[in-house]
Every structure is written in structure tokens, then in C-alpha cells.
Write a protein that binds this ligand. Structure first.
Ligand SMILES: *Cc1c(COP(=O)(O)O)cnc(C)c1O
Length: 222
């Protein structure tokens, strides 16, 4: 079967500078598709459902870095705590505490990104900037030894309006830099998907999450 996954992947990789990390978003896609991307050199994959990610982790080579990019259900964090490399969508202090607790059981430190609310559209996901700042500067936060907040993640509004997308990306980039002027050392800014990653990179993204442009469109909504 001709899938074009390898070609798509290499084309995207070529267009990215070395300072931008590519997360290949493989949600809903079969193991064989992931293996194909792996064989073409890709090692970082993103999933949005914990159970699906666990199944794929079990089946695939162990040098893959697995990123959880979806909305988190706190009671399921325990199922991925032994292997997940980066959790993008942390949007509450409670969740951060749960990740810390589960990481501790495995004697690990789990890297996390706090998800910021940048879309103007009505969305329930992501934290306001003010709450992110509150969390990162709290004493309770500094007591968590088994998590490492390495940056921020944001999802822009689903729109073709380039100006609006740019405004949303830039607002997060500016906030990210502000945090780094206060004794924080955030290095990862995860923003940009198939439709908007070029604009996201122009506006400061260091990590893009690309699914359909690599694996083709998904058969069902997730
Ligand atoms: C599905 C998903 C992506 C990838 O979307 P594409 O448009 O297929 O590139 C990126 N980020 C998150 C959080 C997603 O859920």
C-alpha cells in the first residue's frame, strides 16, 4: 500500500529548522502507520488518549518518545506514568500534583507543559496567563519534585484568519518570554498544527504537533 507517510514526513522535516521539534501526531492511526514513520526516522509521537497511547507504547520500539497532547483525565495519569516523556495539556494545579504523585511511584521526573488559553473562541481548555504565573511562582509548586515544567502549550482558534492566529500565537510567545525574565527557565513553546504551524514558528514556536499533514486525514473526530 502506498501511504506517502515517509514522503510527507521528510518534506515537513526539511522545512523545519533544527531548533523546532516535530511531534508526529498519530492519534487514531494504526501501529503500521507509526512504524512507517519510525522507519523514516521519526522518534517523537503524540497521542491524545491515554489508553491508545499505552497500547501503542507496548507494541512499538522503546526508543520512541511519547507525548500526551490531549485533555487529561486525572484518574488515568497513572497508566502512562511509567513511560510518558512530555505531557502537553496540563491545565490545573490538581493535575500537576497527580502527575507528580504518579511519577514518584516510578522514581521518575515527568516533563510537563502548562496549557494556556489563547483562543478567542469559547473553549474550556487551558489556563489564563494569570493562573499560570500564580502556579509557577507558588511555594506549593516548588515542592513538587517529580515534575518538571519545561514550557507552555497553546492551541489557536480554528480559523483561517491569519491576523487572529498571529495575534494569538504572539500573545503566548510574549507571555513565555515574560516568564523567562523572572527566574524561570522555560525552553519549550508548543504551538502549531498542520494548518497553522508555519505561522506558529514565525511567532516563536519551538515545538509543532502535526498529524494530518503526515498521516492523512483522520476518519473520525477525536
Ligand atoms: C490532533 C491534534 C493535533 C494535530 O492536528 P492536525 O491538524 O492533524 O495536525 C495537534 N495538537 C493537538 C492538541 C491535537 O489534538
Amino acid at each position: 500500500m502506498i501511504t506517502g507517510i515517509k514522503e510527507n514526513l521528510l518534506k515537513i522535516k526539511q522545512s523545519l529548522s533544527e531548533s523546532v521539534t516535530l511531534v508526529a501526531v498519530s492519534k487514531t492511526k494504526p501501529i503500521t502507520d507509526i512504524q512507517e514513520a519510525y522507519d523514516a526516522g521519526q522518534r517523537i509521537f503524540g497521542e491524545n488518549k491515554i489508553q491508545e497511547m499505552v497500547t501503542k507504547f507496548d507494541a512499538l520500539p522503546k526508543d520512541i518518545e511519547w507525548h500526551m497532547i490531549g485533555h487529561l483525565q486525572r484518574n488515568k495519569v497513572k497508566y502512562m506514568a511509567h513511560f510518558v516523556d512530555l505531557i502537553h495539556g496540563v491545565d490545573s494545579f490538581k493535575t500537576l500534583k497527580e502527575i507528580d504523585k504518579q511519577a514518584k511511584k516510578h522514581n521518575r521526573v515527568i516533563n510537563c507543559l502548562l496549557q494556556a488559553r489563547i483562543a478567542k473562541e469559547d473553549t474550556k481548555f487551558g489556563l489564563p496567563f494569570s493562573e499560570i504565573e500564580q502556579i509557577l511562582t507558588s511555594e506549593e509548586f516548588s515542592a513538587l519534585k517529580n515534575i518538571n515544567v519545561v514550557g507552555l502549550m497553546g492551541m489557536a482558534t480554528f480559523t483561517d484568519n491569519q491576523q487572529q492566529l498571529q495575534d494569538e500565537f504572539l500573545s503566548l510567545k510574549t507571555f513565555f518570554e515574560e516568564l523567562n525574565t523572572q527566574h524561570l527557565e522555560l525552553k519549550t513553546l508548543s504551538m502549531g498544527m498542520s494548518g497553522d504551524y508555519k505561522l506558529a514558528i514565525e511567532n516563536g514556536s519551538t515545538m509543532v504537533r502535526i498529524g494530518s499533514s503526515i498521516f492523512g486525514s483522520r476518519n473520525y473526530i477525536t
